[in-house]
Ligand binder design. Structure first.
Ligand code: AHR
Length: 623
């Protein structure tokens, strides 16, 4: 009889949602890391060049491996070539030669199509270029629809250049808006003055308004969209992109500083050239402008192509790390601190976290990581004892047998939604003496094994469940960052990413995971509070926190039916409920954002009821 009743009850339960009653304790609990929610950035998917960095023209320094004329086209009856015999600088080793036939007339020149189009909006553009050759007269700069021929901006400047050296020009102009991204930038000149000869142009740069109006800064629209997440830290510059295909191809800090014309760029690890115009100082301005703690990764001796440098051979690279840190942290009395000042930054940067490498458990790095890490740790710690040093793996087999006190270890999770649910309690029983950075995580594969092209609600909800698990344990989980951050939709090597864009207006698109990150990051308490309930975790997961008199309860429903959740917090009366929901498989797409957070006011007398839709994520904030 008993078993019949139980089986009837189970049948009834399967079809009906049970009410879940949560009572938040106002005492007890654990402290929460104020850095918990941050971001990870590397140039992948043209997220830097062509993404968040402001410079819009492609291949402007002919960098990387064999770039050819990528991005360029002739305008009028001219011949354009990459000219290595007329380098702009010792770093920018080519320029664009524009040869004009005898007898030519009218305005001719060249176009640059940017990164699969130039975003043309009604705004002011800054435009810089170098030019060499005998020419006195008008240079005409335009933004033009590629197929329509519509001219959105048309600006003349007068120049006097000569054949003996490159001259630099700097101007700005306003534009009207294009309806699409199929636009080019053009530079034209009077052909009759050059007929039978040629001019050379180099390092053409076009910037829309930049974030915080920085010179050589980030795109204001892109950075502002990201700033809405209120990230606490920036882990950079990789990711794989710090590693290099070989040791000599690694990200080299000293080649990413100073005037852009002195930066050679490199072939990045994601199969395209990096201009490095977004360099070390630009990353640190980004941190400062967004109020983020920098987490600066340094090269650990591991390159992606399998070249591993260890033992005595690593010594020069350890010295290079110390030089980098002197550049970042040293007074202007030091060699590299003085160089930083020469590059425009007198004050040392506020950097407290250094990560030694990236994923040194992979690419045959495990066997030597303990010694490489120790070598770098010892040198950095001796010179800068206040820095917190991060190891790039949690794998004990790759780490020194005794991890120095205070060292944080980094773990990366690219999982299916169900796997994130299985990892919900990953940190519950972790040693409280062992702090963690979850430096990369995202749901990248469906439960059926299919590759996820772009985040959808089930995966984003699963990430939210995992984040709840991290937040519950944020006494030891110090920092966590979704990865990768950004993709250019037409130039992506890795999807899904947190948000994306292309050259068309209003293309900046937050994935469903972007909205989860934003909800969680913008609603943080400083103390994680106990929650009393008779309910078990699953399908609903929760975490409660408080900051002075505001209480936050984060909820995620990893299930296919609506769940009714009552939250009791003694003495609270009102606040807001942010809700993100949509069908299990629903995504946001470029120009088709169907899922964003909905915020409503709530009122109650110490008690609030939430109908949490299937695959829904919610944050209740009350006081
Ligand atoms: O986020 C994409 C890549 O995934 C990172 O570059 C690397 O660290 C990881 O394997």
């Amino acid at each position: 009889m008993l078993s019949l009743l139980s089986s009837l009850a189970v049948t009834w339960l399967a079809g009906q949602a049970l009410a879940i009653d949560l009572t938040v304790s106002k005492t007890g609990g654990n402290s929460s890391s104020e850095l918990l929610y941050g971001i990870m950035f590397e140039d992948i998917n043209n997220s830097g060049d062509g993404g968040i960095h402001g410079q819009l023209l492609r291949n402007n320094g002919f960098q990387g491996t064999d770039p050819g004329l990528t991005g360029y086209a002739a305008v009028g009856d001219v011949t354009i070539t990459q000219d290595t015999s007329n380098p702009v600088s010792s770093a920018i080793t080519s320029s664009l030669k524009v040869a004009v036939p005898s007898g030519a007339t009218g305005f001719v020149g060249f176009a640059n199509e940017g990164y699969e189009g130039v975003p043309v909006l009604a705004q002011t553009y800054a435009n810089y270029f170098w030019m060499k050759g005998d020419y006195s007269g008008t240079i005409n700069l335009r933004l033009v629809g590629n197929s329509s021929g519509t001219v959105f901006a048309d600006h003349n400047i007068t120049v006097a250049s000569n054949a003996s050296a490159f001259s630099y020009y700097d101007t700005s102009f306003t534009s009207t808006a294009s309806t699409d991204g199929n636009n080019v930038w053009q530079l034209r000149f009077d052909a009759s003055k050059v007929a039978g000869s040629s001019l050379n142009f180099g390092l053409v740069q076009l910037f829309p308004p930049t974030y915080n109006s920085r010179y050589n800064g980030l795109r204001d629209d892109v950075a502002s969209f990201l700033a809405e997440v209120k990230p606490s830290f920036l882990r950079f510059p990789g990711g794989n992109n710090i590693e290099g295909a070989s040791p000599s191809d690694r990200w080299k800090w000293n080649e990413t500083i100073g005037p852009v014309v002195d930066r050679p760029g490199r072939e990045g690890d994601w199969t395209y050239p990096n201009t490095d115009a977004l360099g070390l100082d630009e990353y640190l301005y980004w941190c400062e402008d967004m109020g983020m703690e920098p987490v600066l990764a340094v090269w650990s001796g591991l390159s992606l192509g399998g070249g591993i440098v260890s033992g005595d051979a690593l010594d020069p690279y350890v010295d290079d790390i110390l030089n980098e840190l002197e550049y970042v942290l040293g007074s202007t009395d030091t060699t590299y601190g003085a160089l930083r000042a020469k590059n425009g930054r007198t004050e040392p940067w506020d950097v407290s976290y250094i990560e030694v490498g990236n994923e040194d458990n992979l690419n045959s790095g495990c066997g030597t990581y303990a010694s490489r890490f120790t070598q770098i740790y010892d040198a950095v710690h001796a010179a800068y004892p206040d820095l917190t040093i991060i190891a790039s793996t949690t794998s004990t087999s790759c780490l020194p047998s005794t991890i120095p006190s205070g060292v944080i270890t980094d773990i990366h999770h690219y999982l299916t939604p169900d796997e994130f649910i299985e990892e919900f309690n990953e940190w519950d029983n972790w040693s409280r003496d062992w702090p963690i950075l979850v430096g990369e995580y995202a749901s990248t594969t469906g439960n059926d094994g299919s590759t996820t092209y772009w985040s959808y609600m089930q995966g984003s909800c699963a990430e939210a469940v995992y984040m709840i698990g991290m937040e519950r344990n944020s006494d030891i989980v110090k920092m966590a960052s979704f990865a990768p951050l950004l993709e250019h939709f037409d130039m992506a090597e890795w999807s899904p990413d947190l948000f994306g864009l292309d050259a068309s207006p209003d293309s900046i698109t937050g994935s469903t995971s972007y909205y989860v990150q934003k909800m969680f990051s913008t609603n943080r308490g400083s103390t994680i509070l106990p929650v009393n309930t008779t309910a078990d975790f699953g399908p609903v997961y929760w975490v409660a926190s408080a900051d002075s008199d505001t209480y936050y309860v984060k909820l995620a429903n990893y299930g296919s039916s609506t769940q009714n959740v009552t939250v009791n917090i003694e003495g609270t009366t009102s606040g807001s409920l942010e809700l993100l929901s949509g069908g299990e498989a629903v995504s946001n797409y470029p120009h088709d954002v169907s899922i964003t957070t909905a915020t409503s006011s709530v009122a109650g007398s110490s008690s609030f009821t939430v109908d949490l839709p299937a695959w829904g994520v919610a944050v209740l904030a009350v006081s």
